[in-house]
Structure formats: C-alpha cells, structure tokens
Design a protein around this ligand. Structure first.
Ligand code: NAD
Length: 474
C-alpha cells in the first residue's frame, strides 16, 4: 500500500492557507495506478484572493530595480538546487517521467532561472526610439496556467520571467501535479521572496483557470497546454484585453534528407518521437523520409525500437515510462486503433500493454509506416509514443508535407550538407528548427507558428512579452 499524502493548502500572500474550496482530487502513480495523494482543490474565491494579493504586491514589486530581482532569482535557484533529488524523484513518482527525463527537466528548470539572471544583467528597460524615450514597464499581474507534462519546469520558467520583468503572478499548475507543486512551493517559500509576488492555487481548469481568464486584474496570461484550451483562454481573455502567450500543441515533422547519415538520423528520429514518453509538444512525431529509401528506413527503425526500454521510470536505463493517466492512456490506444483502421502499416508496437507491464499506463512503442497526409494519425497530436512514417518524392515535396499541418511548433532536419539543411529550414513554418540533433537553447525564442500558439517564451523575446512599452515624447 502506497503512502498516501495530503496536499490541503494553497499558497497566497506568502503563506500556506487552507482553501475555501473543498473538492478533493486523487493523485495516482501512473506506474502502478495506486493512489499516492489527495489534493484539495481551490475555487473561484481562492483565486480571487490570490489575485488580490498579487495586485497589492505589484505596486511595490514593479518598482524594484533589476539587481534586486536578480537577487530574488538567485535565491530561487539556490532553494531548488537544495532539493534537486527530491524534485526529480517526485516527478518520477507522480508523473511517471523517466529518471533521464526528470533529470533533464530539472536542468531546464534551473536553466530558465539562470538565463533570466543573465539577461537581466544586461537588459535595458529604457530605450531611445526616434525622438522618444521608450520605457519597458512590467505588464501587471500575470496568470500562469500550466500542464502536467513538465509541471515544475513550466511553472518556474514562467515565474522566473515574470519576476525578471517586475510582475507578480497567480499560478495554476496542472491538477495532476499536486505533489510536485507542493515540493516546489516549499522551495520557493524558502527563497523568501516578498509576500504576494507569487501565489499558487491548485484547482481545475474550468474553475480556477476560468477565473484567472476572466478576472479584470489579470493583465496577461502565460499558458502552456492543449490548443483547444488555448483557444478558450484566448476567447475569454479578449473581454478584458489581456495579453496572452500561448504555448500549444504540435505535430512536428522530422525531415531526413537523402544525404543524411541514416544510421544516426533514424535512431535519433525515434528519440525525437518518444521524447518524454511521447508526451512532448515538441515530439518529432512525423518522420519524413525519401520514398526510394523506405525499406532501409523500416529496417533501421525496427532495430531502433528493439532498443527502447519500456518500464519502471525509476531505473536509470528506462527510456519509455508510463503515460500520465488512465484517461490519456486510453486516448493513445484509440489513436493506435485508428491508425490500423485508417490502413497504415503497423511496423512496431500496437494496441495494449507491453507484456508484464499491465499494472501501469504503459504503451508499446509504436511505429506506423505508409502513413498518408489524409490520415488523422498524420495530422492530430497523439501525445504518446506513436510515430508516423511518411514518404516524400523530393525536397520540395518534403517541405510541402512538413508544412501541411495546422501546427508549427518545432521541426527537425537531418542532412550531411549544413547549407542545404539551412535552406530547407528557411522554408519550414515552425518556431524552432533543429538541425542534426535534438537541441535546446534556453536563450533562443520558443513558441509556435500557426495553431501551435501565440508569442514566444525564453530569453529576451520571452522577457519582452511581460513588458508594456511606453513612449515618452517631449
Ligand atoms: P490542457 O490544455 O488540458 O490543460 C493545461 C492547463 O490548462 C491545465 O492546468 C488545465 O487545468 C488548464 N485548463 C483546462 N481547461 C481550462 C479552461 N477552460 N480555462 C483555463 N484553464 C484551463 O493540457 P494538458 O492535457 O494538461 O497538457 C497536454 C497538452 O499541452 C498537449 O496538447 C501539449 O501539446 C500541450 N503542451 C504544449 C507545450 C508547449 O510549450 N507548446 C508544452 C507542453 C504541453
């Protein structure tokens, strides 16, 4: 029997407080499907109290100088570093992220703080444009709404940017992340930031998220999550003309050009597709390969799938953990069924659990070949370890297929000719294009073209999204 923990406090105005809301939410370990915790959900009243605290603190916090905010970010960094192992372990237990992924995610979390410190060190909040002085002023109270697939890393990335800008925040993390949020909160509390700078309200999207979206004292929403919810937030936000940064879904193409080293590019393609056990908005889930090389690709992919280690996310060498919840598991299973029904060729994996892993939400690493653009598995985000192989005739065809999607978050290109890869990259409609590898740059902008979102996070672009330019013309 697992040890059942209780998370029954919210964090408002620098204190752990008992919520007004009373509804309980079960926290389930996806590796075993055992109950491991109970979260008390906040409601609209709690959200309004958190917004009031953030609004009151904004008056003074917006006047702080960058050096002060750098000091706060440093303290945040030190506080999370002290609990590094605990933060990684709770992510593995509650979310089911593999040890490798959870460790990488912790690295992203700390990098976002460090990169904001570095930017703040150099950033100028006043500029001269034409004959005017332009002041970049903190936008106000920010609503931060995040999903479950890298919960603490999203929360900290957005909060660090808000703090760098001089904004205060009300945060609603994914409700399935209650234990992870609680641990992060303990760290952030220890960092000793002024009361009200950040406030965390656990709760449902339709309750707490909706109140954040409609409340007139929220100036901006930074949201990461599904495109469907992103659209709901954008619609709701316009009534009070809130600014929105929306990081939404993806169906990222991975173009293997015919001059690529297939022995490297194909195993890498599988890693890109199965990032975060397939629960990554940036996963390279459409593998575009030259038609005349399909047989070779199939052989290499089959070999690579055999190397995938599905199982207990605690183990150092596990590469594929469980899906976050039974509901998400069922959704992935439906897509696998759909791919078979649509007539795609099942090259590896398929329906059901891998043998011996029936207790958790484990999915077989699944690859479909002979996928066409008309199939839903080529167009819709599955959010599980399911890769679709699509063939192209020539480079122009590859680019056309890559762009034939409503999404545009990330793309991957492999080629032995960097100039050619750059030429192709220039024609891809996506916020990030990665050449010959799975790269990340915490200083480069991150966000989507088309329905993958609005705005950018990270680096200077991310910071400016929390600032309102004011031109003073004398
Ligand atoms: P989701 O959109 O269902 O939920 C995200 C957050 O929004 C949660 O905190 C949820 O409670 C809240 N929410 C739900 N309904 C709401 C409403 N009506 N108003 C306000 N808030 C509401 O997404 P999810 O299922 O938690 O996460 C998976 C999705 O997130 C995938 O589609 C994935 O592509 C996307 N994602 C995008 C990125 C990115 O950076 N682009 C990163 C990770 C995940």
């Amino acid at each position: 029997m697992a040890n059942i923990r209780t998370v029954d406090k919210l964090y408002i105005n620098g204190e752990f407080v008992t919520p007004h809301g009373t509804e309980l939410f079960d926290l389930i370990n996806p590796t075993t499907n055992q109950l491991i915790g109970r979260l008390t959900l906040g409601d609209e009243e709690d959200t309004r109290m958190a917004i009031a605290a953030a609004k009151a603190t904004f008056k003074s916090f917006s006047k702080t100088v960058p050096a002060q905010r750098i000091e706060y970010l440093r303290r945040m960094y030190e506080a999370v570093m002290k609990r590094k192992e605990d933060l990684i372990n709770i992510m593995i237990e509650e979310y089911g992220g593999t040890r490798r992924f959870a460790t990488g995610s912790f690295g992203n979390l700390t990098n976002t703080i460090l990169s904001m410190i570095a930017i703040l060190d150099e950033f100028s909040f006043t500029r001269t444009v034409g004959v005017s002085q332009v002041r970049l002023e903190p936008i106000g109270v920010v609503g931060i709404i995040t999903p479950w697939n890298a919960s603490n890393s999203f929360v900290v990335g957005k909060l660090a940017t808000a703090i760098a800008a001089g904004c205060t925040a009300v945060i609603k993390p994914g409700e399935m992340s209650g234990l992870q949020t609680q641990l992060l909160l303990e760290c952030l509390h220890e960092a000793g930031l002024p009361a009200g700078v950040f406030n965390i309200v656990n709760g449902l999207g339709a309750v707490v998220g909706a109140e954040i979206t409609r409340h007139p004292d929220i100036a901006k929403i930074s949201f990461t999550g599904s495109t469907v919810v992103g659209k709901t937030i954008a619609r709701g936000a316009v009534d009070t003309m809130k600014r929105v940064t929306l990081e939404l879904g993806g169906k990222s193409p991975n173009i293997i050009l015919d001059d690529a080293d297939f022995s490297k590019a194909i195993p890498m393609a599988l890693n890109a597709a199965f990032l975060n056990s397939g629960q990554a908005c940036v996963a390279g889930t459409r593998l575009l390969v030259p038609q005349h090389r399909l047989d070779e690709v199939k052989a290499l992919i089959t070999e690579a799938v055999e190397q995938v280690k599905v199982g207990d996310p605690q183990h150092e060498d596990t590469t594929l953990g469980p899906i976050v919840s039974k509901k998400q598991y069922d959704r992935v299973q439906q897509y696998i069924r759909l791919g078979i029904d649509e007539g795609a060729e099942l090259l590896a994996g398929g329906e059901g659990h891998p043998a011996g892993l029936e207790a958790g939400n484990f999915v077989k690493p699944t690859v479909f070949a002979n996928v066409t653009q008309q199939m839903r598995i080529a167009q819709e985000e599955i959010f599980g370890p399911v890769l679709s192989i699509i063939t192209y005739k020539d480079e122009a065809d590859a680019i056309a297929i890559a762009n034939d999607t409503t999404y545009g978050l990330q793309a991957y290109i492999s080629s032995s000719d960097i100039d050619r890869a750059n030429r192709v990259a220039a024609q891809i409609e996506a916020g990030r294009v990665l050449i010959n590898g799975i790269h990340h740059d915490p200083l480069a902008p991150f966000g989507g073209f088309k329905q993958s979102g609005i705005g950018r996070e990270y680096g200077v672009y991310g910071l400016e999204a929390y600032l309102e330019p004011k031109a003073i013309i004398a």
